[in-house]
Design a protein around this ligand. Structure first.
Ligand code: MTE
Length: 330
């Protein structure tokens, strides 16, 4: 991120596609208005719509999730079009250009796939991906994703809370942190020979952060399995943190007593901290974090929108950081 010349906003696709769900929702609303039902009925419709499932993209194998109350207010925001979510990516193992992951990640083999749970747990275990997928009921969670580079999306993920997995493996009293190790495979990942980062891509959380119900293990988006470029077959999603905390294509989850050294901290600790909570009042050393541009909606010249504390999830997660100096622990 820090070395990219082109870190300004360059949007690959100015897609005008309206997601089918929001289109259909609007049609329902129009019907209500057409029959003379308005006001409170419309409000009721809006409330119902907040929990409606987003329509499938129709590109990959279906993976449905039940509607979730944990989407928060974000469900009222329009999900970013599928075409944008899957063509404007950061997945450096496949190249550093935003268009590279879509172009190159077809080589990623997502079966067979295992995720090893190791370290400070009473029940270490290597899960086959299809077993992991069935570990807990899948939910659809519509979350904002805010990249440290200054852009954002609204993504309808399919997955379940990390806590579901964590409670089954029973962390020991020594477990204070969780480390997420992602795949490094030079045969299928053309860029892991490069020295932009230390591979594998490693991320980490404090155990209480990982246990927060908003912390998601995602297996799909838009009602289908994850496209490779978005981190198939399983990735982390931490909606209140900058996007780089959400490691893609996870192969190992390790519970430790010490804060794990993470890839971006190792590469530039003065720019990227371990916590990396979205915080509009703590700027990146080389750019402001006060505003953002929503991919698929905001054009290059439209006014940027304000970035929210903890990406808008402060009511849910603020307590995790009570008493901490967030300028120091950025
Ligand atoms: N995970 C791996 N393994 N490699 C990466 O390069 N990039 C991160 C994160 N997870 C990255 C990764 C960054 S910087 C962001 S913003 C998000 O993935 C982007 O997720 P998306 O492409 O699905 O929007």
């Amino acid at each position: 991120m820090h070395f990219l010349k082109n870190r300004g906003f360059v949007h690959a696709h100015s897609s005008e596609i309206t997601p089918r769900a929001s289109y259909e929702g609007r049609r329902d609303a129009l019907k209500l208005i057409g029959t003379g039902v308005a006001g409170s009925a419309l409000a009721a419709w809006a409330a119902r719509d907040a929990h409606a499932q987003v329509a499938r993209a129709g590109k990959l194998a279906p993976l449905a999730g039940a509607r979730s109350a944990l989407s928060g207010g974000m469900t009222m925001e329009k999900p970013t079009p599928y075409a944008d979510i899957t063509s404007y990516n950061n997945f450096y193992e496949f190249g550093t250009d935003k268009a590279d992951p879509e172009k190159n990640a077809h080589t990623l083999k997502t079966r067979p796939w295992t995720v090893a749970i190791e370290g400070e747990v009473k029940k270490p275990k290597t899960y086959d991906i299809d077993e992991l997928l069935k570990l807990a009921p899948l939910e659809e969670r519509i979350y904002r994703l805010r990249c440290v580079e200054g852009w954002s999306m609204v993504i309808p993920w399919v997955g379940y809370s990390m806590a579901e997995l964590i409670k089954r493996v029973e962390p020991t009293g020594n477990a204070k942190y969780v480390e997420f190790v992602t795949l490094v495979d030079p045969k299928t990942m053309p860029f892991v020979g490069s020295r932009v980062l230390e591979w594998p891509y490693v991320e980490g959380l404090r155990l209480d952060e990982a246990m927060h119900p908003l912390a998601l293990l995602a297996f799909g988006l838009y009602g289908e399995v994850l496209p490779n470029q978005n981190g198939a077959p399983v990735r982390a999603v931490l909606p209140w943190k900058y996007g780089f905390k959400s490691g893609k294509s996870i192969v190992k989850i390790r519970f430790t007593d010490k804060q794990p050294p993470t890839s971006w901290v190792k590469s530039a600790s003065q720019e990227y901290g371990f916590f990396s909570n979205v915080n509009p009042s703590v700027d990146h050393p080389r750019w402001s974090q006060a505003t953002e541009r929503r991919i698929g909606e905001d054009g290059l010249f439209s006014k940027k929108r304000a970035t929210l504390m903890f990406n808008g999830y402060e009511p849910q997660v603020g307590q995790l950081y009570a008493g901490m100096d967030l300028k120091k622990f950025y």
